[in-house]
Design a protein around this ligand. Sequence first.
Ligand code: KIV
Length: 279
Amino acid sequence: MGERAFKPEEKVTVPGIMAAKGRRKLTMLTAYDYLTALWVDRSGVDMILVGDSLAMVMLGHEDTLSVTMEEMLHHTRAVTRGTQRALVVGDMPFLSYQVSVEQAVESAGRFLKEARAQAVKLEGGASVLPQVEAIVRAGIPVQGHLGLTPQSIAQLGGFKVQGKGEEAAKRLLDDAVALSQAGCFSLVLEAVPAPVAERITQSVPIPTIGIGAGPACDGQVLVTHDLAGLFDRFVPRFVKQYDQLGQRLLEAARRYRHEVEAGAFPGPEHSFGLPRKDG
Ligand code: KIV
């Protein structure tokens, strides 16, 4: 069914991701359902992120704040069922880890125990270090997320590039170093000036995964529905649309409608007759 047979020894692991730093570029894409995970996994990307962006892309919310733990687990379960090779990272939703360290460990554990993800991602720097340390101590790999952290959209005042000034860039760098020391295995940098992301990448021993953070990061991540041209409510500058699947789906649906209305579909080849009566 796939491009090539899956070999269990090719399964992407956390140590494998960490060892890639400085050797090869890493890739991560989002998926929120079984079928997308299946196709994205076949592409050979290293990681599949069940991002809380699903709040906007799949559920039609305005931002990522409304998605619940139960919704995230529901989608993560579907993704892990469709993934053989890539490392699946479950995104911890707003208020599933900020309340307390205990809450954070419990929520992170549910992604592995109930949804079979292999790692979790959470947003923030200094304020979430106790959570990161405790989750890692529980044996759960954590991916950090700095820069534009959409769960703090109210505080940030919108989807804006972060770390522009000298002081803000220094704070990002300090947070990145602290997260790597707290045990994160990799770090997403979102909407950060390329030179700042480059400096962070050179300063931490873990891979940085950029989105709108320039080419010097150790890897890149995109939202699959952006890359495929399916989500067009807004297209951030850092998105490259590799296809226009939204337009193609629209065309297919239109052709179907016209054919049904014109009586051209279903044809005899799509219809069933009755068994012939012999004699
Ligand atoms: O939720 C998400 O899809 C993300 C990526 C944009 C990194 O956090």
